[in-house]
Design a protein around this ligand. Structure first.
Ligand code: AMP
Length: 474
């Protein structure tokens, strides 16, 4: 529980202004070499707000999110002007940025609820969407404030804290960085290079106390042998989110950050940043995990969950409802029909597409994406399960299994394996290992040894890129 009393924030703008009043001289942003004080941030944000009010019509302000001082103060300016920000990404193709801007303009004409400050959108993001066009998610001030409220109560942040800002601003996990930091009077520390070596150097020099990244960032640093014992003593709180957190990643990170608590957060963009958490016990033997993947813990209070069509052992699709969950996609009724439903009591639910299991203690376990489920000779196979088995092999660092349809016969399961040691490539051994642990229909038809797992823009594994780079169709 927090020792500090925080006024309940109602909007992000209010929250930032309160902090800036309270800590004008403390550093609030540290991109590259120059820290800026809260007073400086506020001054520039007010100027941006004036400019936006004068020159910008419509509820969404596009911001080219290059993580510069101007970018952060424009985001604040948009919020201070009572508008929502729409982050564009300098690394995206121009057509993608244009699509998002045009979609925001068109959709906003139909938004009728903008007068209510609580329901007013704070930001508009687009999820990649595995098929079709990206889906917009307009997250309200009330959604974000519910998240911040929970986190500020649950963890003891202070104005002395230095928060990392590793995420791209087009990824909703960045909202945690910015606004938890600016709720507490801490300093937002922005690395100017996300490569593993630069990241390790950044942690040593800038000495963040609160770390937040996807697990892949740590796996990469580990591969580069950068997680030496006690390498990063400044870190006292580490959050992970966005993809499965492996036990082995926790162990590797713990070495480097002996003073840190480690927390596994889980959540989709539609449920605002993260909606469940598991505080990892210090004693490795007590860590709840399934197939090497750490539990995602319990859903935050003020939100609700159910398992859709649960099996006897309480596995089912996780559905979410409550203060953090949006009512639907932005101007996309077809996608709403697919992913949202209203129950008999009139409650709105989001279907995550994630398969989870609940244990007797009420902790949830992420078992994989439902769309990772394929039918092989009539059997239902979740590819994540095969990945977990492969990852448990001592010579395997990471494994990704994909299912590929083939024109001239049944589909094939392909296992991409990143070995611990780059010279290792022993297909028969992998095959034999799988056969001791999995039924015959779950044995991959092909094992491909790779020298890297490509990541997408959000730092998560990019399965399509993997297929393109390493699979020649044979
Ligand atoms: P996004 O909307 O891009 O943040 O992606 C959300 C999805 O990432 C979720 O539906 C899960 O499939 C996955 N995810 C997020 N956090 C975790 C976690 N802690 N463990 C496993 N998968 C996660």
């Amino acid at each position: 529980m927090s020792h500090h009393t925080y006024p309940k924030p109602k909007t992000l703008a209010e929250l930032f202004l309160q902090t800036a009043e309270r800590y004008p001289d403390r550093p609030g942003l540290h991109p590259g070499l120059h820290p800026y004080s809260y007073a400086q941030l506020k001054q520039a944000a007010m100027e941006a707000a004036e400019n936006i009010s004068r020159n910008h019509s419509g509820p969404f302000v596009p911001v080219m999110a290059d993580k510069s001082f101007v970018c952060y103060t424009t985001i604040l300016g948009a919020l201070l002007a009572g508008k929502a920000y729409l982050p564009l990404n300098p690394k995206f193709p121009e057509a993608r940025n244009r699509f998002m801007t045009e979609k925001a303009q068109k959709g906003s004409l139909e938004i009728a609820y903008l007068e209510d400050p609580g329901r007013m959108p704070a930001y508009l993001l687009f999820t990649s969407g595995s098929t079709g066009e990206p889906k917009g998610v307009a997250v309200s001030q009330a959604n974000v404030c519910a998240y911040l409220d929970f986190m500020l109560e649950a963890y003891d942040f202070s104005p002395e804290d230095r928060f990392t800002q590793v995420f791209d601003l087009t990824f909703d996990l960045s909202v945690h960085d910015l606004f938890l930091c600016w709720s507490t009077g801490g300093c937002l520390c922005v690395p100017d290079d996300n490569s593993s070596f630069a990241m390790a150097k950044f942690i040593k020099e800038v000495k963040p106390t609160v770390w937040f990244s996807v697990p892949s960032t740590i796996m990469l640093m580990d591969r580069m042998r950068l997680l030496k014992p006690d390498a990063f003593p400044s870190v006292r709180l580490s959050f992970f989110c966005g993809e499965p957190l492996y036990d082995s990643t926790v162990e590797a990170w713990k070495q480097a950050v002996p003073n840190s608590r480690i927390v596994n957060l889980y959540g989709p963009t539609e449920a605002t940043i993260a909606i469940s958490r598991y505080d990892i016990p210090a004693n490795a033997e007590m860590v709840k995990q399934e197939m090497g993947i750490v539990s995602i813990g319990k859903i935050f209070q003020e939100n609700d969950y159910l398992l859709h069509e649960p099996s006897q052992d309480k596995r089912g699709e996780l559905c979410l409802s409550g203060k953090q969950v949006v009512d639907g996609y932005f101007d996309n009724p077809a996608a709403d029909r697919q992913s949202f439903f209203t129950d008999n009591a009139g409650k709105r639910w989001y279907k995550t597409g994630d398969l989870v299991r609940e244990d007797a203690g009420g902790d949830l376990f992420f078992l994989g994406r439902l769309d990772a489920e394929v039918k092989v000779s009539g059997y239902r196979v979740n590819l994540s399960e095969i990945e977990s088995v492969l990852t448990a092999h001592p010579s395997v660092d990471q494994a990704v299994v994909l299912y590929k349809n083939q024109n001239d016969g049944p589909g094939i399961m392909i296992a991409f394996i990143l070995p611990e040691n780059k010279d290792y490539s022993n297909e028969p051994e992998m095959d034999a290992w799988c056969r001791t642990k999995l039924p015959w229909y779950m044995i991959p038809g092909k094992f491909i040894f790779v020298d890297e797992i490509p990541l997408n823009r959000n730092g998560k594994m990019d399965k399509q890129a993997l297929l393109q780079k390493y699979y020649d169709g044979k």
